[in-house]
Design a protein around this ligand. Sequence first.
Ligand code: BYC
Length: 307
Amino acid sequence: MFDAALAADERIEPRDWMPDAYRASLVRQIAQHAHSEIIGMQPEANWITRAPSLRRKAILMAKVQDEAGHGLYLYSAAETLGTGREELLDKLHSGRQKYSSIFNYPTLTWADVGAIGWLVDGAAITNQVPLCRCSYGPYARAMVRICKEESFHQRQGYELLQTLSRGTEAQHAMAQDAVDRWWWPSLMMFGPPDDESAHSAQSMAWKIKRHSNDELRQRFVDICVPQAASLGLTLPDPDLRWNEERGHHDFGAIDWSEFHEVLRGNGPCNEERISRRKQAHEEGTWVREAAAAYARKHSDSLGEAGA
Ligand code: BYC
């Protein structure tokens, strides 16, 4: 029945039978994604107090709050597979589960907020829109809402960079510098090349992933080239050019040693991100306890009313 449902492009739902390895792979990918959303709040939140206007501050606060919401939908999707949030957070904090490599880079200037919106959210949308057709129902449905919100994020980043790019010489230079620093790490977000991707073949057979890492990376490059031109910014790759025969842009070699170093915990901000996360979790203990006590009291009084 599982195979037939996949072949017919039907959704697998929480109570359906599924192979243990399918369940485990989904938990792995969904957890990695959920962790990315909440760790991703840190580099952006870094600029909330220094946003250059009230309007920019309000937009950035809303965006960071959206990322927390995405984390919640995703942890809930993982719960439907029988893995609780406490367990996943414990694995994140002890380094047994990953989050996206991209969030281990620092946000050095205000223009980085724009570059994250344009490139990082842009890459996330390219990767995640096909996940709306993922074979596992709760993950696919969570992704629909996440992608709608990510589209707003991408546009705010684009608009921010456009404003800087058309501003003073110093503002233009700041925008260009941010794009120079975020371009290559954004390409790495799509994961290792197809011939080194451990999970792609099986995940595609199970229709968890719909496209390979390299296919999505190419799609992203093709989307960004005209957008960079209309922003008046350049992409930091001398080998980037249109290939008429392939109908795609060729691009330069990615430094995979940097990617592996970041995954090993040696990126510029790995330590800072995890220790900040653990601190926030500890400081939030009283909130979780109070919420649980309130929920218990509320369900007790509901019980009494029922009786
Ligand atoms: N960073 O066999 P592969 C966002 C790991 S956007 C760290 O290709 P898979 C946001 C991979 O987990 C970012 N680790 O794996 C945006 C695996 O390790 P494990 C989050 C990476 O799963 C804006 C190993 O390398 N988006 O949240 O088939 C603002 C082998 O890779 C990375 C998602 O997570 C990486 N870049 O494909 C705020 C989307 N790449 O698990 C927030 C959903 C690979 O064996 N995820 N690895 O220990 C996916 O689509 C897939 O998990 C990936 C990797 C394409 C990322």
